[in-house]
Design a protein around this ligand. Structure first.
Ligand code: F6P
Length: 357
């Protein structure tokens, strides 16, 4: 008999439910008797002992359902060692609840911050298996995270919809894409949606080069230009600032986000009409795409296999088209960024896409 804890932490994404279902299906199909304890709202549930015992029925019909049946929240890693407002030691509280329930292991689904805490719990002696979720695809140790492909579909749809109206009006349009500090989502949705200019954090842009690209299109007789701009895109000047200076600059900025700043500069320097569209959290919403359903189910079932073998301390990831187990200490605290020299970037440039560099 195995007693398994489970939680989803950080921003949600598509296919969290599919992944949890995969774990539970694998365990129950093995014939092993299992008890599943679902902690509510991420690490918060583990800290404060908020959990629900889950049955097979809870996992039925959720393959296609977005969000997470357990709820989620952000518990910043940098605050994890600090007592809460009532003086509760969060790490000790998590260990206590884990031990109180006599868990064999805890399955943690999350992105970067979540993995730092998962690794800390491993160091503190808990048996942990993790699954890589995030629309940002920025988790180290895996080529792909679930949620990413679904978000690419949604961001691409947004760019597709902009295409027709951009063509009618002959305007410059900016679609701001999520992705936090990395450009995977913007790069992929931008290419899929046929964006003319793609701005990502890893390749700081020069606004004059962006304008050059727009004007070159004008000269070729193109009526419109579409930019896919990552929410974390940064100009060459700003990239020279220290983290602190850049934060200060953002605080004082009159623009709600980088896209509005880029728009204002284009408008000011060219007199062209520019519009900004921000699909925002829609990119994390709705049903997982078929790819993510399959991918998350595969990762989930492999996590189930590790649990059955009693192999803990791993993230189940995907490398070179193989499902692999990656030691948590290798994953925690690292960001997987787009390399400016990546083949896909070179290929995009060969297609005539400008990165504003
Ligand atoms: O990490 C996923 C993500 O959607 C990022 O792309 C985005 O920057 C962030 O979460 C938004 O966070 P929140 O939901 O807390 O506003």
């Amino acid at each position: 008999m195995k007693r398994i804890g489970m939680l989803t932490s950080g921003g949600d994404c598509q296919a969290l439910n599919a992944a949890m279902r995969g774990v539970v299906k694998c365990l129950s199909c093995s014939g092993e008797k299992v008890e599943i304890y679902g902690f509510l709202d991420g690490y918060r549930g583990l800290i404060y002992g908020n959990y629900r015992m889950l049955s097979g029925e809870d996992f039925s019909g959720i393959l296609t359902k977005g969000g997470t049946i357990l709820g989620t929240s952000r518990t910043p890693f940098k605050l994890i060692r600090q007592p809460d407002e009532n003086g509760i030691d969060k790490v000790e509280a998590m260990k206590k609840n884990y031990n109180k329930l006599k868990l064999d292991c805890i399955v943690i689904l999350g992105g970067n911050g979540t993995h730092k805490t998962a690794n800390l719990l491993r160091e503190e002696g808990l048996n942990v298996v993790t699954l890589p979720k995030t629309i940002d695809n920025d988790l180290w140790g895996t080529d792909m995270t679930f949620g990413f492909q679904s978000a690419v579909d949604i961001a691409t749809d947004a760019i597709d919809c902009i295409h027709t109206t951009a063509a009618s009006h002959g305007r410059v349009f900016i679609v701001e894409v999520m992705g936090h500090k990395v450009g995977w989502l913007t790069l992929n949705a931008g290419m899929a949606g046929g964006a003319d200019i793609i701005l990502i954090p890893e390749i700081p842009y020069d606004i004059d080069k962006v304008i050059e690209a727009i004007e070159a299109r004008d000269k070729r007789g193109c009526r419109f230009t579409i930019l896919a701009v990552a929410e974390g895109a940064i100009s060459k000047e700003d990239a020279k600032l220290s983290k602190k200076e850049y934060k200060e600059k953002l605080k004082k900025s009159p623009y709600p986000s980088v896209s509005y700043e880029v728009a204002a500069k284009i408008q000011e320097k060219t007199g062209r009409e520019v519009r900004v569209t921000v699909p925002g959290h829609t990119q994390r919403g709705g049903s997982p795409c078929p790819y993510d359903r399959v991918f998350a189910s595969r990762l989930g079932s492999e996590a189930g296999k590790l649990i059955l073998k009693g192999e803990y301390g791993f993230m189940v990831g995907y490398r070179n088209r193989e499902i692999v187990k990656v030691p948590l200490e290798e994953v925690a605290g690292k960001l997987k960024m787009v390399s400016p020299d990546a083949t896909i970037v070179k290929e995009a440039k060969m297609l005539g896409i400008s990165f504003g560099d």
